[in-house]
Write a protein that binds this ligand. Structure first.
Ligand SMILES: *[C@@H]1O[C@H](CO)[C@@H](O)[C@H](O)[C@H]1NC(C)=O
Ligand SMILES: *[C@@H]1O[C@H](CO)[C@@H](O)[C@H](O)[C@H]1NC(C)=O
Ligand SMILES: *[C@@H]1O[C@H](CO)[C@@H](O)[C@H](O)[C@H]1NC(C)=O
Length: 417
């Protein structure tokens, strides 16, 4: 089977942005059966008492109502909200061009006027002052691919309504970036990793990438992992590079391959691949010796793409202008299976440990929430200089529904208190 497509952006060596062919789960997904309510075993919101005992600004907590810990924040639907976004493309100066949909001519605005309503409670609106108060003196890092970056960029815009961040570090390829909020001594960073574990692209005779990757689940990607020792809150995600031919190894042992047709290699499903990688990653984090004792790890589950009428390279697009209702989404699609697999790996780590481990992990379960937002992507409005005519239905417009991820994050941190 040919790996299907999806798009993902990477900076080439010449620092030009180019689009990398990625696989699209759509083509490989099991037949899309009518949506039947599947029972997800998950508890969804792993919030446990504590770690942040020492946060400075006690009074900020009064700005954020406490949420019933029994409420599953991620089960609900989108409801109209006249208030719209906290920021615009003029009030936030750090929106990257490729997410600045309105600048690039997006005309409809309805997509900005929705808020997420959990069935059993209310998700408090993002409050930059309270958020910064809660994370005073802390270091937060978004670890993963360009959707992790997209999430960080949303948080940066939301927080910049309260305090202008200082851009204190950027690497050559602008993959790793650090922002600092001096008034709150808060550090926000992104740490780029495609696979979380060690991964390499195979090269052909001319040292060109072949599009085939080798992952070693016995080794963590040290580029982000060595920085983890400094971090208080790590938001871990990575998914969009997995939909391509990947050979998985554990040291010298070959475990199998995703999306390849090699005679002597065991074929494994993408869900199985995610399972192998994420169980290795959580184990590494759980056993991290140099990490802070209070490190909180948040798993942000896979973010769905919304190509319709084709894949990214066959004219697929995402031109809807309003959300789907709960009965319009198909919970059987492969993203939901991957999400469940990601959460299970985290649960396994927690279950093997004493209760203390529970304080260290949380889930930011965006998959189902975002399946309902086919209207939130840049589509053609991303200033696509390098790949004209292609649509981005993977990343999310800023402002846009991705801003809700930070409302979840605020609620999670609030509950960790
Ligand atoms: C913001 O969007 C408007 C279109 O509504 C556009 O004209 C303007 O250039 C954008 N500004 C920035 C700073 O991106
Ligand atoms: C596959 O395995 C067979 C039998 O073990 C062997 O003869 C053959 O060379 C192998 N092929 C590859 C491509 O490794
Ligand atoms: C897909 O194609 C159909 C038929 O041409 C069209 O009505 C629909 O609007 C398209 N959907 C999207 C999201 O572009």
């Amino acid at each position: 089977m040919k790996p299907s497509s999806n798009i993902f952006r990477e900076n080439s060596e010449k620092k030009q942005e180019k689009w990398i062919v990625m696989t699209n789960m759509g083509r490989l997904a099991p037949l899309l059966l009518p949506s039947i309510c599947i029972t997800l075993f998950f508890t969804g919101f792993f919030v446990y008492q504590n770690p942040f005992k020492s946060i400075a600004d006690e009074n900020v907590l009064s700005f954020i109502p406490q949420i019933d810990p029994e409420c599953d924040l991620f089960k609900g639907h989108w409801v109209p909200d006249k208030r719209g976004s906290l920021y615009t493309n003029s009030s936030c100066s750090t929106i990257p061009d490729s997410k600045n949909c309105i600048k690039h001519g997006r005309q409809d605005r309805d997509f900005l006027f929705w808020r997420w309503k959990p069935d059993g409670c209310n998700l408090p609106r993002f409050n930059p002052k309270a958020f910064l108060g809660m994370v005073r003196g802390k270091k937060m890092s978004f670890i993963g691919d360009s959707v992790a970056r997209n999430h960080m960029e949303s948080l940066l815009c939301l927080l910049s309504m309260e305090e202008t961040p200082r851009d204190i570090y950027k690497d050559e390829e602008d993959r790793n970036r650090i922002w600092y909020f001096p008034n709150h001594d808060f550090t926000l960073s992104t740490s780029w990793t495609k696979f979380l574990v060690e991964g390499r692209e195979r090269q052909d005779g001319n040292k060109k990438g072949t599009g085939l990757f080798d992952l070693d689940i016995g080794k963590i990607d040290e580029v982000w992992f060595k920085g983890l020792s400094n971090i208080d809150i790590a938001i871990v995600s990575a998914a969009h590079w997995f939909f391509r031919p990947i050979f998985i190894h554990r040291g010298d042992e070959s475990v199998g391959c995703i999306y390849c047709n090699e005679p002597n290699v065991t074929q494994i499903s993408p869900e199985e691949g995610f399972k192998l990688v994420y169980s290795a990653v959580f184990k590494h984090i759980d056993e991290c010796e140099n990490c802070k004792e209070d490190l909180v790890t948040v798993l942000r589950t896979i973010s769905p793409a919304h190509f319709e009428n084709g894949t990214w390279d066959t004219g697929g697009s995402c031109s809807r202008t309003s959300p789907f209702g709960e009965n319009q989404i198909d919970l059987r699609i492969s993203e939901m299976k991957i999400r469940t697999s990601q959460i299970e790996q985290l649960e396994n780590v927690i279950m093997k440990r004493d209760n203390k481990a529970k304080e260290k992990f949380a889930v930011l379960d965006v998959t189902r929430v975002m399946l309902m937002r086919p209207d939130g992507h840049p589509n053609g409005y991303w200033g696509n200089k390098w790949m004209k005519g292609y649509n981005d239905c993977v990343h999310w417009c800023l402002p846009g529904p991705i801003d809700a991820w930070n409302e979840f994050l605020m609620a999670i941190i609030r509950q960790l208190r």
